[in-house]
Design a binder for this molecule. Structure first.
Ligand code: SER
Length: 318
């Protein structure tokens, strides 16, 4: 039986684009998309799709057996802002399903795992600029605590049981095919929608609150490049820093204004401002560059152009 790849959380912000890209690359039938919900995007049904709750360990095991799954992309998580509203639920969801998948690898049922970490593993005591790969990590959100614990578990399973697990600390991800939900960096996606729909946006972060962000095309390419890197090049088994593009709300606003001079931006910071204030402003990703040759393509203005062009077509089609 042919080996296949399982995506947990295929309808999410990362899952949607990763599933479509992997299918294009490896063939629709080899990528098994699963999510707790039926997909809204019909395209996700261009290959196998199963409704699966990532907290159902027997369900995950059954799908792995049914499709001869050897690689798992585990993309299920409750993000930072929603996590603060439901701390126990966030901890439970974010941790339990990761441990199931690590156990499946320990039992040699699967042989490779991708699991996303985040800039949220850093906290107020972390150096804010060009945050190093190894540094002080005292996250102050439930989401960040769960991601840091997850990183420790990944490294532990690699060292102790030889599990081939690979991970990236994603910056805020900016995409047009699928929307984020419940994150602190979501403003940088909303702003493009509102610019096109209403010509104005009120941001829930303050004007100069800089954060690292990344265009989804770069994030998906990074993920696949890391997963395809020869094992001996993957020296970090907790999670790799990726720098992305650092900007504050005023600067992304200025980038939009270059193409839409009438765009108006206002600020009404809420509780997410405190979360953002605890995270780095910029990241050092020299380990990813050195170990698996990472190089980013998009900058703020090329991302703005891509977002506005693609969203314009998408919104007109709706
Ligand atoms: N985008 C995430 C959030 O804002 C960070 O990883 O929660």
């Amino acid at each position: 039986m042919k080996k296949t790849t399982l995506i947990l959380g295929a309808c999410g912000q990362i899952g949607t684009e990763l599933t479509l890209t992997l299918r294009e690359k490896y063939g629709n039938e080899t990528i098994i998309a699963t999510d707790i919900n039926e997909p809204r995007l019909a395209e996700l049904k261009n290959g196998p799709f199963e409704v699966l709750d990532a907290s159902d360990s027997d369900g995950i095991r059954a799908i792995c057996e049914k499709y001869n799954v050897t690689t798992v992309y585990h993309l299920v998580a409750m993000l930072s802002a929603t996590g603060e509203k439901f701390p126990m639920k966030a901890w439970d969801l974010n941790m339990r399903s990761l441990l199931y998948v690590l156990e499946l690898a320990k039992e040699n049922i699967i042989d490779k795992i991708f699991w996303p970490s985040s800039i949220a593993v850093f906290g107020p005591t972390t150096p804010k600029n060009l945050t190093p790969q190894q540094t002080i990590m005292e996250p102050s959100t439930v989401y960040g605590i769960s991601k840091l614990a997850g990183e420790r578990w990944c490294e532990y399973y690699h060292n102790k049981y030889g599990v081939d697990v690979r991970s990236i600390r994603y910056p805020g991800l900016i995409s047009w095919k699928s929307q984020p939900g419940g994150g602190t960096t979501d403003y940088a996606v909303e702003i493009y929608y509102k610019a096109l729909e209403q010509g104005k946006y009120t941001c829930f972060l303050s004007e100069h609150r800089a954060l690292p962000m990344m265009y989804m095309e770069d994030a998906v390419r990074a993920t696949i490049e890391l997963m395809e890197a020869p094992t001996e090049h993957v020296k970090i088994r907790s999670s790799y820093n990726l720098a992305g593009i650092s900007f504050d709300p005023a600067t992304i606003g200025a980038s939009i204004k270059k193409l839409m001079p009438e765009f108006e931006l206002n600020f009404e910071p809420d509780f997410r401002e405190d979360i953002a204030a605890s995270w780095p402003e910029s990241i050092d990703d020299s380990s990813a560059q050195a170990d698996w040759n990472w190089s980013q393509k998009y900058n703020l203005d090329t991302m703005t152009e891509a977002m506005l062009t693609n969203l314009k077509t998408k919104l007109q089609l709706l």
